[in-house]
Each structure stands twice: as C-alpha cells, then as structure tokens.
Design a protein around this ligand. Structure first.
Ligand code: SF4
Ligand code: SF4
Ligand code: SF4
Length: 747
C-alpha cells in the first residue's frame, strides 16, 4: 500500500470510520455514466468508501410494535449521516490540501426522484454508496439490495469521496457468501416490495463479480420509509409519484419507518436469535474491552472532546424502586445508565437558532459516540430512546436547569460517577485566540470591533444600501413534498446592531472555512450534470463552522465572557434553497467577512478572499471580549480587470456594472449594486431552471416580472408543479460558478 493511501486510511479512522476501502474507478464500469465516479469527476482514479457501524441495539430494539416506531434507529439521521458527511468533507479537504482533486459526496438525502434525461433511475443519488462499498472490497450486495459486510452485516452506513489520486485498491471481498437467501428481508417487508411490482432480477457486475437481487419499485419501497405514509393503509397494487402525492394530499404525512429489510437481516456468520430480546436477529460479537476503568476513561475522553458539562453513571439497581424509570424497557440487558448534560447558561450563552441547532447536534453526536464505543467494545448499548432524560439526570443527582440531557443505556458494568467539566481558564490574547481557531479547523480568522461595525452600518444606512428592498418574503408553509403553500412574511427592515446580539458587545470573531473546489468546478458541467455535491458542501460548511464557533463560545464563556454566533449578523440576509432547507446565502457573510479584513465584496455581492476566491463560507461570533481590528482588505481587487462573466452568467440580470464608491478607514471601496428580488427569484424561489431546478428534472422557467411584486412570487411558486422533488431542489449560483475568483490569487 502506498504512503498516501495509508495516510488517507489513517485520517479516515481518526475521523471516526469503522471501515475504509479504496475502489479503483475501473470497478464502476457497469454503472450509468451519470452516477459513476468519472461521470461526476472525469479525472477520477479512486473512490474512498467509509462506513460507520450502526449500534446493534438501535436496530434490534427499534421498530416495535410497528416499523413506524423508529425510536433509537433515528441515530442514523441525527448522528451517523452527519458524522459521515463530516468525514466526507474533511477527507476531501485532506486530499485537496495535498494537491489532489477530491469530490465529497453526501451520506444521504440528496436525490433525483425521477431520474434525469437518459438516466432512468428513480431515487438516484449522485453515487450509490452501497455499490461503491462493494467496489471498495467492504462487502457484497444481499438479496435486500443492501451492502452486507462480514463485520456488521447490513448494520452500517456509508459515504464516498471521489478523487483523482491513484490510491492502492483494496481487494474485493472473497470470503464466504454474506447473503444465504434466508429471505427474512422478503418476509418482513411491510410494503411487499420484494414481491410486488418487481421489474426484474438485477444482475449488477462490480469488480468482476455479479450480484443478483430484485429490481424493486422504489416508490413502493419508499411509501413509509421516505414519504412517511402510514403502513396502516392498503397500499395500491401500483405505486408511483402520482399515487404518493395523492395519498400525501388525502392523508398527510404520518411518520417514517425503520426498514425491515435492514432490521431482519444479518449475515449467517454472525446471526443468532434471542426471541426474548428481539424478533430481529442479533449480531454475534466478542467483548473486546473487559476493564471497566478503560471503558470509563474512553467515555470521559468523548465527553471531554465534546465539551459535555456534566456526566453521571448509575447502575440499574439505582432504579429498582423507581416507578417512573425502568431502564430495562429501553435495553433488556441493561447494567449501567449514563446521563450527559450540556449547559446553555442564558446569562453567558445567548441563544440563536444556530446555537440551538449546534447544541442538539453535539448532544446527538456525544450520545451516539458513547453508544457506539460500547457496542464496538462488545456490549449492547442504546441511546436516542423515549426515556425521560431530565428525570434520569435528576435521579442520578446531576439535574440542573438550562441544560440539555440525554441518556445512554448499556449492558457494560461501569463504576458510578458524577463529574463536572472543569472550566478552562485561558489566555485570550488575540494571537492565541486566532491560533486556537485555526487548531479547531478554521482556514481564515479575523476580528473587528463594535466601533468599526457601527460606523460601517451607519454608512450603509445613510446610503440606503443593503436594505431589504421588498421588506417581505414568501415562505412555504406546505409539506416537504408536493405543492408550495406560500405565505407572505414581513422581514427585518433595519440592520441589527451588535448589542441586539449580545448586551454590551465589544467585538466579532470571524471564521472562514473553504469548501472543496471540485464541488463547484464539477457542478452542472460534468457528464453527471449534477449540483448535488455543491449542495452538500454548502450545508456541511455551515455545520462545521457552527461546531467551531460553539467551541470558541464555550472558551469565551469559561473565561467569563458572554457570546453568541450567527451567519447573518445584519439580520437582512436572504436565503438559498437546499435539500436541508433554506440556508443563509453567501451574501449573508459579506459585511462581516469584509470588516474582519478577510475579504472584499465582489461585484456579485459575495465575499472574495485571496486564499480561496469565492469558495468559502463564514460565521460571526459576537462577544463582550475586547479585540483589536484587523486591517481592512487592501489586496488585489480581481473585479477591476475582469471581463465580468458573473454579469453575463446571471439568468435574471440581477448584477449591475455600477457600484457605489465609498471611503472607509482610508480605503476606497466599491459597494456592488444588485437586484435582490431578481436574485431571489432564481436562488431562493427556484423559478429559473438553469440556476438549479432543471438539474433536478423540474420543469420551471418563469421570467422575472417587471413590477417585482411579492404577489408575483406567490403566484409563480404556487402554480409550479414541484412534485416530490420540491424537497430536493438545490441551487448553484451561476455568478459564483462563473466567477474568475476560483482559487488563490494575488500572492
Ligand atoms: S435477510 Fe437473508 S436473504 Fe435477505 S439480504 Fe439478508 S441474508 Fe440475504
Ligand atoms: S466574475 Fe468575479 S471577479 Fe469578475 S467581476 Fe464578477 S465577481 Fe468580480
Ligand atoms: S445568485 Fe444567481 S440569480 Fe443571483 S445574482 Fe447570482 S447568478 Fe444571478
């Protein structure tokens, strides 16, 4: 194995991978071009496939009494997919930082439901990770169509990264067959998807081996699993998009389900039954860590890394006479109960939506990491149950207000503990703070103080710039699939002050994170004609920046400062449509990235840096810590001598050649002028095919109306047929795609 491959595998393991394999692109020769590594990245040579194991108890004990009762299986969406997304992004950056091209693919949930042009595959992801996993030697396709591995059967989730690096291929799996055709997947499927509407038996060739399994009707399979329709209905004999939309319109969305083809499957080599525990097969495993001290140290290490404020471990006997809490309801072989808490002290940590989302994400990661550690050590462990977390914390003596708690149950016998995180008193000198921000992953760090922000805001207000012209927006209050149900909402009409965020605020710390170049370079133009990888890195960059900002805020809080963070410091930013909902657009960062000296504002209104051009996102951390101003950007202005392809590329003519010159702290700056109504028409309301919908097989192309009334938006979004694809329409801003600021310059 060559050195780079070793390093990639090592890095993947460090980031949390349980399995890693390398597939050379030749093993994908049977894949449709639009869903193949070379269709996505023509220069691709290898695909790295990574898996995280799904803790057994979260599968064995979920789905009762009905598959709709997901309970702890939800870790797949609350922790596993997000962790795989992190790995995908960070491994791509690892390769890019070493000079290679790397295209990270999302773990899940970015699909073309209705295929695309000659791609006659429904529910098409950019790359099917399960086939990539087989090509990377990790396992085999079972009758249920899932990749089964010798270690975990079907109990893992995968992610893939495509690269032009020629890595050493992993050998194909050559062991005993992993599917013995027990047909439990077929018998237990609640929609009968392996018998009804099966088009044919697939014969898929990967790396010289042929896998046979039913070509199911995905619309039927997705009835409850994806679309959340109740399994109590009599499912029609023929299911397609129209049927799904009809049932959603008539009955609404009920809830998703745990896939029974996953739950009832286990490879014969690891399978055993214990009906008193679960109707599903169990996975045979060995106890690998017997010393309770070693386990405890590892649990503490996770808590420390995740900045958990309070942790307690109790034993099942602590609950013997408890009428409200029965640990054995959640894990029949329970021995220990772990309660973890993250504090949100309101006087120090000012809550924003971004902070709420981040704390929830950290709690979800922590509980999953602990359950996963115990499971991989040979014990049963479960989290994300319906157990009363606050009450358990109370019984274990650690309950405190303003704290989010969660509970992990395990068969491991652990010593009882009750511990609190020691606050870290640190030197917060500017350079030391900057170094810390870089250590936790920020590519760019800059500061500015309140005075600079206030002066700039006054200038903008006096010039009537960056005001939200319409002062109204349209939001969709409909369901995630089907018609857009428009509602007009008033928006902020004046710039937020720093004191609106944190009382007596003094400064702002700005962090920037670059997203892999290949995500924008390949968008719309390679044979796959997809915008999926770009959509992925957009939400992922925001998630990773939130995690970094959270660590900085905790450090500020520990040292007695109040702090919060946001992507939209002015409160006036617009949004961009993404599979993960409406994200703040990149112009949301423009003012604070500029004031921190990290960027100038490009003609299209987006931040441009000498390090990455337009290819990064930013976050602002506002606090009452005093910090000095970094110098305003005074480097090369690429826009000056540019032929301005951003203007010609914009499908709504939203960008103007004219700019407004201002003088700020002795710097001559040109503030761009753009038509936010026209821009939103394309990137927020998805009414212009070329900007995104077209690539998702959604036929919409409505010219921007002359009058620019909000009622025109209402009219246009409500008359467009979005179908189920509405959830997964993603945009790539044409002006960004064509911007010449596509990497390092001026140095
Ligand atoms: S349940 Fe049995 S038949 Fe189905 S995929 Fe698993 S091992 Fe194969
Ligand atoms: S393409 Fe980029 S660099 Fe050129 S004018 Fe437009 S924003 Fe500036
Ligand atoms: S984001 Fe799209 S619509 Fe908006 S200015 Fe850029 S190209 Fe035009």
């Amino acid at each position: 194995m060559d050195n780079l491959t070793k390093k990639v595998i090592e890095r993947a393991r460090e980031l949390g991978a349980d399995l890693v394999g390398i597939a050379p692109v030749e093993r994908f020769k049977g894949a449709p071009l639009r869903m193949s590594p070379n269709g996505l990245l023509p220069e691709a040579k290898s695909v790295i496939v990574v898996a995280i194991h799904h803790p057994d108890a979260t599968i064995e004990l979920s789905g009762e009494p009905t598959p709709h009762d997901i309970d702890s299986y939800a870790v797949q969406s609350t922790a596993m997919n997000p962790m795989l997304d992190d790995i995908s992004f960070l491994l791509a950056r690892f390769l890019e930082d070493r000079g290679y091209k790397a295209l990270p693919i999302a773990a899940s949930n970015i699909w073309r439901y209705r295929g695309y042009k000659d791609l006659e595959v429904n529910f098409a992801p950019d790359l099917a990770h399960r086939y990539a996993a087989v090509a990377a030697g990790l396992g085999e396709i079972g009758w249920n169509g899932l990749c089964l591995t010798p270690e975990f059967g079907p109990r893992q989730r995968f992610v893939s990264i495509i690269t032009n690096a020629e890595l050493s291929p992993s050998p194909m799996y050559e062991g005993e067959p992993l599917c013995d055709k027990c047909m439990e997947c077929v018998k237990n499927c609640p929609t009968d998807a392996f018998r009804k509407e099966v088009k044919k038996i697939n014969e898929i060739e990967i790396g010289g081996k042929v896998y046979k399994f039913p070509d199911t009707n995905k619309w039927r399979c997705a009835w409850a699993e994806n679309f959340g329709l109740s399994l109590a209905y009599k499912i029609p004999e023929k299911v397609d998009e129209e049927v799904i939309l009809e049932y959603l319109a008539k009955y609404g969305r009920h809830i998703g389900e745990i896939g029974s083809c996953l739950r009832f499957c286990m490879v014969p080599q690891k399978r055993y039954y214990d009906i008193s525990y679960s109707r599903a097969p169990r996975r045979r495993k060995e106890i690998l860590i017997k010393q309770e001290k070693k386990l405890l140290d590892k649990i503490k290490e996770i808590c420390e890394g995740e900045l958990v404020d309070i942790v307690a471990i109790g034993i099942k006997e602590d609950f013997v006479n408890d009428l409200s809490i029965r640990p054995e309801y959640y894990l029949p072989d329970v021995n220990s109960i772990i309660s973890i808490g993250i504090k949100v002290p309101k006087e120090k940590l000012i809550e924003t939506q971004e902070i709420k989302n981040t704390i929830l994400r950290r709690i979800n990661y922590t509980q999953f990491k602990i359950a996963h550690l115990l499971d991989m050590s040979g014990y049963s462990a479960i989290c994300n149950t319906v157990a009363p977390d606050n009450l358990i914390a109370h019984r274990l003596g650690i309950y405190e207000p303003e704290t989010f708690f969660s509970t992990i149950f395990t068969s491991a016998s652990l010593p009882s503990i009750k511990e609190r995180r020691v606050e870290r008193k640190e030197n917060l000198e500017p350079e030391i703070l900057k170094r810390f921000c870089r250590e936790i992953g920020a590519d760019l760090v800059g500061f500015f103080n309140k005075d600079r922000y206030e002066r700039f805001c006054k200038l903008l207000t006096d010039l009537r710039l960056f005001q939200n012209e319409s002062k109204e927006e349209v939001i969709d209050i409909g369901k995630i699939y089907g018609p857009y149900v428009p509602m007009i909402k008033k928006t902020e009409d004046s710039i937020k002050r720093l004191d609106d965020w944190v009382p007596k605020a003094n400064s702002v710390i700005v962090l920037g994170l670059h997203f892999p170049n290949a995500s924008l370079d390949t968008a719309k133009v390679t044979p796959a004609e997809t915008v999926g990888p770009y959509a992925f890195v957009q939400y992922e960059t925001l998630n990773l920046l939130s995690d970094m900002a959270y660590k900085v805020v905790k450090r500020l809080n520990d040292n007695g400062y109040r702090a919060t963070f946001t992507f939209d410091i002015t409160g006036l930013a617009s949004k961009i449509k993404n599979s993960r909902g409406m994200l703040p657009d990149m112009r949301a960062h423009s003012i604070y990235a500029f004031l921190s000296g990290l960027s100038y504002i490009g003609l299209h209104g987006y931040p441009i840096t000498t390090e990455y051009g337009v290819r990064q996102r930013f976050i602002a951390i506002i606090s009452d810590l005093s910090l000095p101003n970094d110098p305003i950007y005074s480097g090369e202005i690429l826009c000056e001598n540019c032929s301005k392809p951003c203007i010609s590329a914009c499908p709504t003519s939203a960008i103007s050649y004219n700019t407004i010159p201002i003088d700020f702290e002795g710097n001559k700056i040109k503030i761009p002028k753009f038509d936010s109504f026209a821009c939103d028409w394309a990137k927020r309301y998805c009414l212009v095919g070329e900007e995104g919908p077209y690539y998702w097989n959604v036929d919409v192309n409505i010219p921007v109306p002359k009058e620019k009334r909000i009622e025109d938006v209402v009219d246009s979004v409500s008359k467009t047929h979005w179908g189920v694809q509405k959830l997964h329409i993603n945009i790539v801003e044409e002006c960004l795609r064509k911007c010449i600021a596509n990497g390092k310059f001026g140095t």
